[in-house]
Design a protein around this ligand. Sequence first.
Ligand code: FE
Length: 347
Amino acid sequence: MKKFACLSLFLAASATALNTQAQDKVLNLYSARHYQTDEAMYETFTRTKGIKINRVDADDAGIVARLKAEGAASPADVILLVDAARLASADSQGLFLPFKSAKLDATIPANLRATATADGVTWTGFSTRARVIVYDPLRVKASDVATYEQLAAPQLKGMVCTRSGSHPYNLSLFSTVVERMGDAKGEAWLKGVVDNMARAPKGGDTDQVRAVASGECGVALTNTYYLARLIKSTKPEDRAVMEKVKVVFPNQGTSGTHVNIAGAAVAKHAKNKDNAIAFMEFLSSAYAQDYFANGNNEFPAAKGVKVENAALKSMGGDTFKAEQIPLGSVAKNMVKVQQMLDRVGYK
Ligand code: FE
């Protein structure tokens, strides 16, 4: 009880602090991204556009909780969240304001944005990451992990490891699998993955990769930037992990590898909507794309922008075929997929 009262006071005080600056050209940014390289990018935005950025950093869940607690009094103008499932979830809770931008329409591929309505879109991606398969070459053949579909095949019995099925990264992937396969086959596939597990889901993506290296698991799912971090790590034990595992970009011969986004949205009660759109348009520039994507070893989302990242390149990140299913399908399928997970016992 006391804790909650303190939180409310803190929220009220910080909201006032941010609101007092609203008469100047200002942008109140709530960000679930906090990479040092982003700082320089924000300074360039302020210098070139004359718009001061007030930043609130929290993790994705913290930002959503804060927006809900603040309600209509929220000073937030623009929100950065990670993964389409989290963006879709916040959107479904009414936290975003639809926006239109001809520049973003031309720059960011439609499949990396929310489904458009007459009012525009409610969120858009600015960088992408691929969800790939990592396997132990001593136990698993490359041909047995060429597709996501094969994660449910009998050859991988007792070998599959993932983080929680309900985690946004998996909810998003599973939503696009169900979109491709249809409900009945999609649910049967999820059941097959559960039947193939080496252990109950636990830990994060990096933990799955380590468990493949240690021999506990034969196959695992991970986002690409976690692999890049291990490759770039100064710790010899991290690099040793990457020497024991192999990476596959699944579905290269069919639908392409699932890619997800870090993205942005205009806050429902934004008082500086134009500045929020100007900021998002700035994020789509080649200059900002480089910072935004490379800050977390991701790929740029803007058309025609490429980033040199040796770690991503070393695993084939510069040439793979990406899935083209609109991430708006994640929003559509997320609740249904969660119900499927509950039915098949995917923890
Ligand atoms: Fe992550």
